[in-house]
Design a protein around this ligand. Sequence first.
Ligand SMILES: [Cu+2]
Length: 283
Amino acid sequence: MCIIKTFILSLSSGLTIFFANTAFSAENMGAAHPWGLNLREAFSPVMAEMVSFHNGLIWLITIISLFVLALLAVIVVKFNTKANPKPSRTTHNTFLEIAWTAIPVLILVVMAVPSFKLLYKSDVIPEAHMTVKAIGHQWYWSYEYPDHGNFTYDAWMVQEKEEIEGENRPFTRLLTTDTRVVVPVGKVIKVQMTSSDVLHSWAVPSLGVKKDAVPGRLNELWFQADREGIFYGQCSELCGTNHGYMPIEVHAVSEEEFLAWIEEAKENYAKVGEDLNLAKVKE
Ligand SMILES: [Cu+2]
């Protein structure tokens, strides 16, 4: 079993490295890859904890399943009509009944403690370095950077590789967007999300974040990218025909690169609330 898993994992990572762009190797891409198994690779402390909690639960589930399977096997072999023609009429056994009530309760309590700890960790936002606002639209995201000049821009899915030609980033089908969300690596980023029309959901699996964007409400989450790289996400709330075509592309870069991008973005993008006067732009 273990050999098969190792074989498939090495095959899949081999394929990813083969197909990946040279500048962005598989190690710094928060994307699903061909033949990939298990959860997306963790890029944030919360996701890393989610992965280890998940792995722990897998062991627990496996042990419980094997135990139940063993009990069933014993019953099938030992108590079938042939082996046991005269069944016992015993009912009730106080010790057994207490045990099979108390043990599952204890198992649930053991599972609940780390689960709640993790839930609070992802829910309570530590002091944030900066805020990004994501607004869901049918069918694209728009972003605002209130702490860095309050500029805003839209992010649409890129359909063809040629559209991002010349840019130093890979084209990932259905996941690449024309503009990116750029954040500094290692810093706590608060993301607020809302929607201009229907329910959407801002989700980036490798950062361990997912929260609904609700019209008229402001939800928020946080993440801290622990490595530089690209993390992809998708709208995760059925929001209409093009629900599957409003991806999210987050880049975690060094502080210098981030500040350079901010300067560029301030030049290129409009300010929130500013009336875009085309005649003025032409001048
Ligand atoms: Cu959506």
